[in-house]
Design a protein around this ligand. Structure first.
Ligand code: 13P
Length: 251
């Protein structure tokens, strides 16, 4: 059985005051997490505050990106060991916003995957097609290429130490969720692609869905056999909404 994971990607949102309020709301409402694992990925500068508030709770935390380097003259970057210094468990890599606005390639994302593992972080590895790619009928080709890049660079066993997040780019922040059937179809394809290299890894690998997931659509997405949790953007900024999704994952 794969344990569901619900992770919040706060992106570049919040202030110290709003982060404190959100963390307090999460702490208060989380109760006993029985089935789902829960994590939040705040902007890096709020990670120390997150650690201070969430240590000892069932909620883990992580970064939104990391450098491929461990230290050195890389202005503005954050290294894996620095995230580990603040007890981050996870790090998001290859988010479509980084691929689009920061020119991250499949190869760089694969290097980040291995840098994350080297630091003892669990990568939440994002993949997904754009609307244009979906409409051209190349969704499977795109996600296969993205997954294969990590398998080629890191090996399938290392891929299995991370988590995949399937995030169709057209569903991110648009309010347009992939239907549970559309998402399940791609999730099953991703698992079958991994199975070509290792059926054991494919069977154990958690594949999250991301893209306008909300408390009112989470249950039907999470009921699909190959959807093992969610990577939540907008709805993770409100404690009640995020906790509503965690509850759906617990059912
Ligand atoms: P939204 O939930 O706001 O669509 O964002 C999804 C996402 O990009 C999570 O990484």
């Amino acid at each position: 059985m794969r344990q569901p994971l619900v992770a919040g990607n706060w992106k570049m949102n919040g202030s110290l005051a709003s982060v404190r309020e959100l963390l307090a709301g999460l702490k208060e409402g989380i109760g006993d997490v029985k089935v789902a694992e829960v994590a939040v990925c705040p902007p890096a500068i709020y990670i120390p505050e997150t650690q201070a508030q969430l240590a000892g709770t069932p909620i883990s935390w992580g970064g939104q990106d990391l450098s491929v380097h461990e230290s050195g003259a890389y202005t503005g970057e954050i290294a894996g060991p620095m995230l580990r210094d603040f007890d981050c468990k996870y790090v998001i890599i290859g988010h479509s916003e980084r691929r689009t606005y920061h020119g991250e390639t499949d190869e760089l994302v694969a290097e980040k995957f291995s840098a994350a593992r080297k630091s003892g972080l669990v990568p939440i590895f994002c993949i997904g097609e754009t609307l244009e790619e979906r409409e051209s009928g190349i969704t499977e080709e795109v996600v296969a290429r993205q997954v294969d890049a990590v398998i080629e660079h890191c090996g399938v066993e290392m891929l299995g130490e991370g988590v995949i997040a399937y995030e169709p780019v057209w569903a991110i922040g648009t309010g347009k969720t992939a239907s549970p059937e559309q998402a399940q179809e791609v999730h099953a394809f991703i698992r079958s692609r991994v199975a070509k290299s290792s059926s054991d890894v494919a069977e154990g690998l958690r594949i999250l869905y991301g893209g306008s997931m909300k408390p009112d659509n989470a249950a039907e997405l999470l009921a699909k056999p190959d959807i093992d949790g969610g990577l939540i953007g907008g709805a993770s900024l409100k404690a009640a909404d995020f906790l509503g999704i965690c509850t759906a994952a617990n059912d």
